[in-house]
Design a protein around this ligand. Structure first.
Ligand code: ADP
Ligand code: MG
Length: 744
């Protein structure tokens, strides 16, 4: 479709931002609004509030200070003035003319010089004046004005979007098809699609400003509901379709139950019993199981999965377990072998990972293919090596977020065989309501209880200056034959572009060097050389695993066996180091977050995390879960640099306060928002264009209910035409946006 204002070059820029169709552009909603109908006057402003102000340019100047060029703009209204300051902004010179009206948006700060207020780095827009055309004036002033995230430089900033979207809406007047059934909208009191789009971009007079700012106008609610409805509908249909497929009805005879009991080395927790009960019930049913087993680190998922695999094996089927890394696959293999020693059946086990040599791989494939291996444990090599199972009954996928949604179902089975059952295990604690809605195609079992007898992990925050005490403590623990992890946010240098890092993005990378060295100076240099070296690390203040491995082993931890592991080592090297640590041949393992997932070394009792302020809460929690796995008392030491943002402060305090993964997950979700909580690492969670699943949780619930109702309802609330439209939209949404399997 031809959109006024969009030529080939602009189209290219838009495509880079994921906007490929007119519809995409219409769903690119303003991220905030400015009330230019009733602008605030300067005398109402209070320091501390975030406000949008329209005032007249009095003067401006570029000041060359010692640290950075600073641009200062003075706005006035009667006798009052507001100073606006931008750093590093020589490009603003000449941008403002006295007498012009300017809208600024930012936090109001008290100003020292007089009773006047100031804003630092506000967003701004020079408003059109009589010289500009009528349409521009219409869209920019005297109304509630939408503000958009730029779609490419200053060219495709708010002003361009306002005009383009306005024109687009005009040209489509009466021609935007409804995609939801009318009766449904009426029942929920939601406006039709075109009305909603128009009102979300250009709020009609009388729209409540507070509702706009919280995206809770009827227009917003409608558009959010729409997006979530199609997500839920897709999940619901997938789930129903799966239930109609031919699966395996496993028997749970007394003999099978006895086999499960045989391997139990301990009394299962109530949660483990419940989860196993739910899994076995699914396995007995004739439709394929698709279940998510969610449990915090250490909650005991392994034994539950193993018992489920035993059910399959006792029924004469093969079971497969897929782990995200070789280390974990090997660990599962060893754990399973140990547990199955007590089994009277002694099933034949095979380990299949990418690093095996070709002969071994060929042999394993043969055993699997001929059905001689009953239990197969491996990495995604199971998929890549084109393994064909003889009689695959159950697939367990560990740490689901390391696999794509598609991948997890792609395991090879022979054609014409029933669909195997699938159990997905994850240690990512996702709040239950969210899990239910987002994994609507999976059933959910939760291990919400830790096995008894764990001593809680002592968690402490220690500022950098007291590092010497920390290394002292580490030495003492090692003297008691304990092992220690020391984790850094980066591998080497100061870059945060390494794949295993999941920075929380609320703070800039740079740390003011002046303040940092001053602090160090006061308390005595921890690493005198390091502090004086003008290395890039010292400049940014970010310590890396490689650098610190060297410094620790020659400095505070000299004499101890200090190892190093990070994501740039290849799989074999990592494996060797992990093995040595597991065998106790390394005392202190300096690492990046590669050790985050699942590695089990019960003798490790101390987790030191440097720059703890830079890690996300989920990640801190996962890291802490690496210790406290044995009987000995364990410690988690969160070391922080000189600057800790208020958000980081919140995260660290939460870590000290609680060890409950679900509580931390709720908090994480609340402070980070879903975008980062479900970062790219959690493949399979869609990105939304309008919805925000934290803010819109209630609408998510509603959408789920309505999606179920729509599928169950055979036509009372939607006409045939409406149903066809819903299906078309669903197909389009799922194929284009979520990139998931076909919906039909
Ligand atoms: P997860 O995989 O959920 O992180 P694991 O299955 O590795 O947890 O279990 C963590 C540790 O707890 C293991 O050493 C395991 O043997 C032990 N464990 C599991 N369940 C129980 C239980 N019911 N009682 C005692 N110990 C248990
Ligand atoms: Mg595990």
């Amino acid at each position: 479709m031809y959109v006024r204002g969009v030529g080939p070059r602009v189209a290219q820029m838009l495509a880079a931002k994921g906007i490929q169709t007119a519809e995409d552009l219409l769903y690119h909603l303003p991220f905030r609004y400015e009330d230019r109908q009733n602008p605030r006057s300067l005398d109402e402003l209070k320091a501390g509030e975030v406000a949008s102000v329209i005032a007249e340019v009095r003067g401006s100047a570029l000041l060359r200070t010692r640290r950075a060029p600073l641009f200062e703009l003075t706005l006035g209204q009667g006798r009052l003035a507001l100073k606006c300051i931008w750093f590093h902004a020589p490009y603003l010179e000449g941008k403002f003319q006295p007498g012009q009206a300017v809208a600024v948006y930012g936090k109001v700060e008290p100003s020292r010089s007089s009773s006047n207020l100031k804003m630092i780095q506000p967003q701004f827009e020079v408003l059109p004046d009589e010289g500009d055309d009528a349409e521009t004036r219409l869209l920019e002033v005297g109304r509630i004005t939408p503000v958009y995230e730029s779609l490419g430089g200053s060219r495709l900033a708010s002003r361009w979007q306002r005009r383009t979207i306005f024109n687009l809406l005009e040209s489509l007047r009466g021609a935007i098809p409804e995609c939801l059934p009318r009766a449904l909208l009426e029942r929920l009191g939601l406006p039709d699609r075109e009305t909603a789009l128009r009102a979300a971009h250009f709020p009609p007079e009388g729209t409540t400003f507070a509702q706009l700012q919280s995206f809770s106008t009827p227009a917003h609610r409608r558009l959010i509901f729409e997006e979530l409805f199609f997500l839920e509908l897709g999940l619901e249909l997938k789930r129903r379709r799966m239930k109609e497929r031919a699966g395996i009805a496993f028997a749970a005879t007394d003999k099978v139950r006895e086999a499960l009991r045989e391997v139990l080395p301990f009394h299962p927790t109530t949660a483990q019993k419940r989860a196993l009960g739910e899994i076995v019930a699914d396995m007995r049913a004739a439709s394929p199981m698709r279940r998510l087993l969610q449990g915090d680190v250490g909650s005991g998922k392994t034994i539950v999965a193993l018992q489920a695999m035993l059910v399959a094996m006792e029924n004469g089927y093969q079971a497969a377990l897929m782990a995200p890394t070789e280390i974990l696959a090997t660990q599962h293999f060893l754990a399973a072998r140990k547990l199955l020693e007590k089994s009277s059946r002694k099933p034949r086990m095979v380990l299949l990972t990418g690093s095996l040599d070709d002969d071994r791989k060929r042999m394993s494939r043969g055993l699997i293919n001929r059905g001689e291996a009953q239990l197969v444990i491996g990495t995604h090599a199971l998929i890549e090596e084109k393994v064909e199972f003889d009689r695959l009954g159950l697939v367990v996928v560990d740490e689901q977020h390391r696999f794509g949604v598609l991948q997890r179902f792609r395991l090879m089975k022979k054609p014409n065989q029933p669909e195997p059952d699938v159990l997905v295990m994850t240690a990512t604690p996702i709040p239950r309501t969210l899990a239910l809605s987002l994994y609507g195609d999976l059933d959910l079992s939760v291990l919400d209880e830790l096995p008894p007898g764990r001593t809680p992990i002592v968690t402490r925050r220690i500022p950098d200056e007291r590092a010497a005490e920390v290394w002292d403590f580490v030495r003492k623990q090692v003297a008691q034959k304990r092992q220690v992890y020391v984790v850094y946010p980066v591998i080497e240098g100061t870059h945060d572009d390494q794949p295993e890092i999941d920075f929380s993005r609320d703070e800039p990378m740079a740390v003011e060097p002046a303040r940092k060295s001053a602090k160090r100076g006061k308390t005595g240099h921890l690493f005198p050389k390091a502090a004086q070296e003008a290395s890039p690390e010292a400049k940014s203040g970010l310590k890396s695993a490689v650098e610190m491995h060297e410094k620790l082993s020659s400095g505070p931890l000299a004499g101890l066996r200090v190892g190093l592991i990070h994501g740039r080592l290849d799989a074999d090297e990592k494996e060797v180091i992990m093995r040595r640590f597991q065998r106790g041949e390394i005392d202190v393992l300096v690492a990046t977050t590669v050790i985050e997932v699942g590695v089990d070394v019960p003798n490790a009792t101390v987790m030191v995390i440097e720059h703890a302020e830079r890690f996300g809460l989920a990640q801190l929690h996962q890291l802490r879960g690496r210790v406290g796995r044995g009987a000995a008392k364990s410690y988690c030491i969160l070391m922080t640099g000189p600057r800790v943002s208020p958000l980081a402060e919140e995260r660290l305090n939460a870590m000290v306060r609680t060890q409950d993964g679900f509580e931390l997950a709720e908090l994480d979700l609340a402070i980070r928002g879903p975008g980062e909580f479900f970062g790219t690492r959690q493949a399979g969670i869609p990105e939304f264009r309008v919805a925000n699943i934290v803010r819109d949780r209630q609408l998510l619930e509603l959408a789920k209910q309505e999606a179920a109702r729509f599928t169950a309802d055979s036509g009372s609330e939607a006409t045939e035409v409406e149903r066809a439209r819903v299906r078309a939209q669903l197909k389009d949404t799922w194929q284009r946006r979520y990139g998931l399997v076909e919906v039909g």
